[in-house]
Design a protein around this ligand. Structure first.
Ligand code: PEP
Ligand code: MN
Length: 362
């Protein structure tokens, strides 16, 4: 796939998308837009049709909100974006000259809905932002991108808004940064936006999540801004005032993707060389460790002992967590890496133990 930037001339970084979670009244929409146009906001967001998790919540003002967005565009010059979840939404938003469409997380999960949107977009040249599906399924996200691409849309952006999980108290939607990082590795030409509002679910860590996105080379942010956040009709806990938003954007430290500075290039090459050497050493050691696992497998087979030894495994984990902490390695990291090593070790032992079984006994 070959993507294009969202707009013909690429806007400088960060691309800033801001506005209320939902359009509530004509006044609230215009008041927010007028405050945001004074800042360096590129696109004004506002949900018109709201996909709410539970019924009896505010489900959006519907089509009449499109007129409000058109007025925002006319009065402030801001580009506008809203969420579309079916073909009717697409036709209506295009009729009202909405500049960018976005597909929400609850829609990306459903290939029928994404295909319906794609069919409605056939022959239209409009930028489309695709939020990640609510579950951490990279292929489902890529599938949605492919469906929209096949309809002829080239100006595609993706919005990372985190993934649903049970029991995460820090985030409303766990970021699992490895998923957008992998998407970036596979499709470096896509435009990457971080929706810090839906990742956080509360105001306190909006800044640090936006900064993290900048550090990971995202092109921009999408943040929910409301003139009176506490009394917002949806997502009240995570919305911030235009003034707070202005501080958030001003506080972002922007990093360059790379540099051709001679000093930088020399030093980074040297440090990368050191890293490559260590990676080689690690691979060599892991290979050696697995050879021993093979020997253990053969020995256990001879003595007819089971592969998994829970007490020994616990000891290894506890010891590594302690030693790792002394070296500044987090418990989570140690646990992930050791579990992977342990699994590989089990696979090796299983292989040698069962090697000759298929030939039967002689
Ligand atoms: C929103 O942006 O207001 C929204 C509903 O987001 P999501 O699809 O990420 O839940
Ligand atoms: Mn919202």
């Amino acid at each position: 796939m070959k993507f294009k930037p969202l707009f013909n001339k690429e806007i400088k970084r960060p691309i800033v998308i801001a506005g209320p979670c939902s359009a509530e009244t004509e006044e609230q929409v215009m008041e927010t837009a007028k405050a945001l146009v004074k800042q360096k906001v590129d696109i004004f967001r506002s949900g018109i049709w709201k996909p709410r998790t539970r019924p009896n919540s505010f489900e959006g003002v519907g089509t009449k909100g499109l007129r409000w967005l058109r007025n925002v565009k006319e009065e402030t010059g801001l580009k506008t974006t809203t969420e579309v979840a079916n073909a009717k939404h697409v036709y209506e938003t295009l009729k009202f000259g909405i500049d960018v469409l976005w597909i929400g997380a609850r829609t990306t999960v459903n290939p029928f809905s994404v295909q319906e949107i794609a069919d409605a977009l056939e022959g239209v040249d409009v930028p489309v932002l695709i939020k990640n599906p609510i579950n951490p399924d990279l292929n489902l996200w890529i599938g949605a991108i492919e469906r929209i691409y096949k309809a002829g849309i080239r100006r595609i952006g993706v919005v990372h808004r985190g993934f649903s999980s049970f029991g995460d108290i820090k985030y409303r939607n766990t970021p699992m940064w490895q998923i957008p990082i992998e998407l970036m590795r596979r499709f470096p030409e896509l435009t990457f936006i971080c929706d810090n509002s839906h990742i956080c679910g509360s105001r306190e860590i909006l800044q640090s999540v936006a900064q993290k996105a900048m550090d990971l080379n995202f092109h921009g942010i999408m943040t929910e801004v409301h003139p009176d956040p506490d009394n917002a009709w949806s997502d009240a806990k995570q919305q911030i005032t235009p003034k707070t938003f202005e501080q958030l954007v001003k506080g972002l430290v922007l990093r360059k993707a790379t540099s051709d500075d001679k000093d930088y290039l020399e030093n980074i090459e040297d440090m990368r060389h050191q890293i490559d050497q260590i990676d080689n050493d690690l691979l060599h050691l892991l290979g050696k460790r697995m050879q021993i696992a093979d020997n253990i497998g053969l020995y256990k087979k001879k003595k007819n002992i089971s592969i998994l030894q829970p007490t020994r495994w616990n000891e290894i984990l506890e010891h590594a967590a302690k030693e790792g902490a002394k070296k500044g390695l987090s418990k989570e990291f140690i646990s992930v890496i050791l579990k992977a090593i342990h699994q590989e070790s089990i696979n090796h032992q299983e292989k040698v133990m069962n090697q000759n079984n298929s030939q039967g006994s002689r």
